[in-house]
Design a binder for this molecule. Structure first.
Ligand SMILES: Nc1ncnc2c1ncn2[C@@H]1O[C@H](COP(=O)(O)OP(=O)(O)OP(=O)(O)O)[C@@H](O)[C@H]1O
Ligand SMILES: Nc1nc2c(c(=O)[nH]1)N=C(CO)CN2
Length: 183
């Protein structure tokens, strides 16, 4: 008997991405990142958070910076996590991201907050993002859309946000006058 060829459907991943920027047309850059992600083959945006204006998290003794706009995005994708990171870096580059100093001002940053419930300590792609649990600019917009979500290994995002004292405690304020759209 001839066996049917074995064809495996590509595995689909569910990921949470955080975007932010504090240089140039901040909302325009966030929207351009959303548009580029939406144009990515094998990737679908499932939800978009509200936009927050957030005080910059800086390295000690760093020069002052402009406030950021931040948002969080849910995607499902057949791209494996390393390809998702490559795509994120390509979009950052296309939008003029320059890497000079750690936590320097930038047109756009795309962080991979988590992918499924994967855990990785690979420096190229640490999962979940090692600093997400301490960042109101990630947790607050995420919580607005998916209040029941859990940050892998860290706990419910509602509890993590409460432990930080809420969004305002870190200088994060929702900007209901600004909106990202899925075209
Ligand atoms: N979960 C992740 N998401 C995005 N980049 C990651 C992740 N884990 C590790 N990295 C690596 O971190 C490196 C630095 O990334 P990047 O310049 O965006 O950092 P940053 O945004 O300035 O700081 P932070 O990582 O604190 O948000 C990247 O080259 C990337 O390979
Ligand atoms: N408010 C705010 N501060 C930051 C941010 C960010 O997205 N928002 N990103 C950083 C590096 O990823 C460093 N500091």
């Amino acid at each position: 008997m001839t066996e049917a060829p074995h064809t495996e459907a590509p595995r689909t991943h569910s990921a949470v991405l955080a975007i932010g920027g504090n240089l140039g047309d901040r909302l325009g850059n966030l929207q351009a990142a959303v548009d580029s992600l939406a144009d990515t083959p094998s990737l679908t945006i499932t939800w978009l958070s509200p936009v927050y204006e957030t005080a910059p998290l800086l390295e000690p003794d760093a020069e002052p910076q402009e406030d950021y706009l931040n948002a969080v995005i849910g995607v499902v994708s057949a791209l494996p996590p390393d390809m998702l990171l490559m795509r994120a870096h390509a979009i950052e580059e296309a939008l003029g991201r320059v890497r000079e100093v750690r936590w320097g001002a930038r047109t756009i940053d795309i962080d991979i907050v988590q992918v499924d419930d994967l855990v990785s300590d690979d420096a190229e792609l640490t999962l979940p993002h090692p600093r997400a649990a301490q960042r109101a600019f990630v947790l607050a917009p995420w919580h607005d859309v998916r209040p029941e979500d859990v940050l892998t290994g860290a706990g419910p995002i509602a509890d993590l946000l409460a432990a930080l004292g809420g969004a305002a405690a870190q200088g994060a304020a929702r900007r209901d006058d600004l909106e990202l759209v899925l075209s």
